[in-house]
Design a protein around this ligand. Structure first.
Ligand code: ATP
Length: 309
């Protein structure tokens, strides 16, 4: 009944539709993939195991496998807005154990910049629509929306140097931690007057086997994160589509893709260059409305302590 709280969820509801409108207008096909799975392609550590009629199954930690499957099968561009589960015991202002993911995957790309271009247009579209259609709610919340003009793209290496200049040390091969992201958000705002920044070229060592390595430097991947007002809201990459390279890459990470035959089969008969990304819907709303905690952006949050109501 409190207008401030209600406004958050009225805006969230509209954003849900804006996201679909955007993807439909770009000829993406909406897919719904299973949330009960036999396992993902990432490390199993973050998955909730469930008893599935006596068999072990897991709640999905990402629709990655299925998105790739449908792009390669010929749908070419797909998106899904659906629940994602992460068994992470993290007590932070940005982690939930169940969140809504906006996932996209697209085929026949030139490189990962094509995916970033779509994400940049998506952010511009959502924010312009919110600004236009949610005036009353934004007033109640006292939030001003800034529609991005151009989202800067900098490498992780450049980001590291920028935060180091402000006195924060990041070890080689390390990702920015939450303090580093906050700092880079501030630096980019000052330097480019932008609330958003793409950070690109993350080290192979820290990324899953299915990401494509940079041809110029095999220690890096054709990957990126999107940081919005100092918090990562999205990450994506170009995927490796060559079966033999994928097999080698998975071996390096201690995984045998032939054990996941349905995944290996996607690539065995030829797959187009493709890439995609996953956006945290709750984090997007949190940052857009300047909420301190991601739990404020979701009606009934699930975290390591909370299972009711
Ligand atoms: P982080 O490093 O912040 O834990 P991540 O690298 O695990 O995130 P991805 O697996 O790349 O994130 O997921 C894609 C997006 O989904 C993230 O950019 C974020 O917006 C969102 N996300 C990931 N984990 C969570 C979570 N536990 N709660 C809420 N949103 C999340």
């Amino acid at each position: 009944r409190r207008p401030q709280i209600a406004s958050i969820f009225k805006i969230r509801s509209k954003v849900f539709n804006f996201v679909s409108n955007f993807f439909e207008s770009r000829k993406f096909i909406s897919i719904n993939t299973p949330k009960i799975t036999a396992g993902g392609v990432e490390s199993g550590a973050e998955q909730f195991a469930i008893d599935y009629f006596g068999k072990e199954a897991f709640l999905t930690q990402s629709p990655q496998v299925y998105k790739q499957m449908f792009v390669v099968s010929g749908l070419e561009r797909v998106y899904e807005i659906g629940e994602v589960f992460r068994a992470e015991k993290s007590h932070t202002t940005r982690h939930l154990t169940e969140f809504t993911g906006i996932d996209l995957e697209m085929g026949f790309i030139k490189d990962e910049n094509d995916v970033m271009d779509v994400l940049e247009d998506l952010m511009k579209y959502i924010l312009a629509e919110v600004k236009k259609n949610c005036k009353e709610e934004l007033d109640v919340l006292n939030v001003k929306i800034e529609v991005p003009k151009k989202i800067p793209r900098i490498t992780l290496e450049e980001a590291r140097k920028l935060v180091e200049k402000k006195g924060k040390k990041i070890r080689e091969n390390d990702d920015l931690d939450s303090e580093g992201e906050k700092l880079i958000g501030e630096i980019i705002k000052e330097k480019y007057d932008s609330d958003f920044v793409f950070i690109t070229l993350y080290p192979w060592e820290k990324k899953p086997f299915y990401q494509m390595r940079s041809p110029e430097n095999k220690k890096l991947t054709k990957s990126f994160d999107l940081v919005y007002k100092g918090v990562e809201i999205c990450s994506g990459s170009q995927r490796e589509h060559n079966y033999n390279v994928l097999k080698e890459q998975s071996k390096e990470k201690g995984i045998d893709i032939d054990q996941m035959s349905f995944y290996a089969n996607i690539f065995k008969y030829g797959a187009p260059p493709h890439g995609g990304a996953g956006i945290g819907f709750d984090r997007l709303i949190q940052r857009m409305l300047n909420l301190d905690n991601v739990r404020e952006a979701i009606l009934l949050p699930r975290d390591p302590e909370r299972l009711t109501p």
